[in-house]
Design a protein around this ligand. Sequence first.
Ligand code: PMP
Length: 431
Amino acid sequence: GPSRDEILAMRKQFANPAVFTLYREPLLIVEGHMQYLYDETGRRYLDLFAGIVTVSVGHCHPTVVKRVQEQVATLQHATTIYLHPSFPLLAKKLAAKMPPGLDVTYFVNSGSEANDLAITMARLHTGHRDVIALRNAYHGGSPSAQGLTSHHTWKFPAGGDGHVHHVVNPDPYRSPFSGTPEEIATKSAREIREIVRYSTPGKIAAFIAEPIQGVGGATHGAPNYLREAYAITREHGGLCIADEVQTGFGRTGEHFWGFQNFGVVPDFVTMAKGIGNGAPLAAVTTRSDIAQALTQRIHFNTYGGNPVSMAAGLAVLDVIEQEGIQENARVVGGRLKAGLQRLQQSHALIGDVRGMGLMLGVELVRDRATKEPAQQQTLDVLEAMRESGALIGKGGLDGNVLRIKPPMCITAADVDFALDALDHALTLAAR
Ligand code: PMP
């Protein structure tokens, strides 16, 4: 095959220039097995970013590979205009994972499509147009999901479909409000009421939030935030969308879905990434009375529900259940978070450690009092971690949050290795 330099040159010449790479010297990845990735020299890396929180049960997990290979050799594609068992089977299994009533699913291929479709259904069902989203959110790159996104790095001047309003983020670390996290949550939720009052006809179609923000840097409000936000949304005729693209499928450890950590029941659950372990698969689950609105016209998605993606989704659910993946996320994630909190005591660079299970963020600041974002140091930590053989991500509004979200098959020994590598990287970055 082509060399690393040839690949780079081809990308430079033939790829849309918006396609970017991480690292000063782009990393060539040729293989993956469970929580490890391998470059062209055979060097092994502990993957702490999971293909951007997508490889949920492990790279090339043998069960997923086997079931996908069998399906691709039997029937790759036919579309939902014919019957095939795997589509309703996966929908049924997802319903079993949901609170009662959330039991009908539409399959699509990406998180952006899932959020687009949820917004479409919310608008059709309610008859209202306005949508509330959180600042710092990432909900996708399609024109409609772009409008929901509120993160300057990802926001195009001409993006969005309008009628979306962004409210204050309930993250206590950078809140403009003062008080306890619970008080900040209440004040933040009240912003929704103000926005509805001043900027909408008084009724809204939906409120959308990631229970724990992904790209935004593992930010989330106190447990009362979503409860109060959902109540205010419903008071104004709106439906509540939980964007579980990153937080779903056991990643937060304690619960299968992120929203369950906050004691709320949404009207829509959008999911992608971890559901397919890398297969392009996403979905929107909602109540059947809400979904009914979408039958007013024909709605169709060519690859939605295709047998290969369904095989991947079914295999992922089986593996999560059979291999104790969610419990592992809870236990190993707890060990990782405790280790990160210990590092916070010895490294002044760490301003905040947050998240749950294996959905963790470490915010780096130049000064704990001013909270000035440590962007350069964040990049330096990424590079030093790579040198040590561990791959992490970055995010946050100012690109100063380390994002640690490995495949959920990661072990305690991997966690200890990652913490040592991070300890070393933070020491180097602080120089
Ligand atoms: N929602 C969230 C929370 C995401 O993190 C992402 C992707 N980073 C999306 C939606 C969009 O998903 P996709 O890239 O599959 O369109």
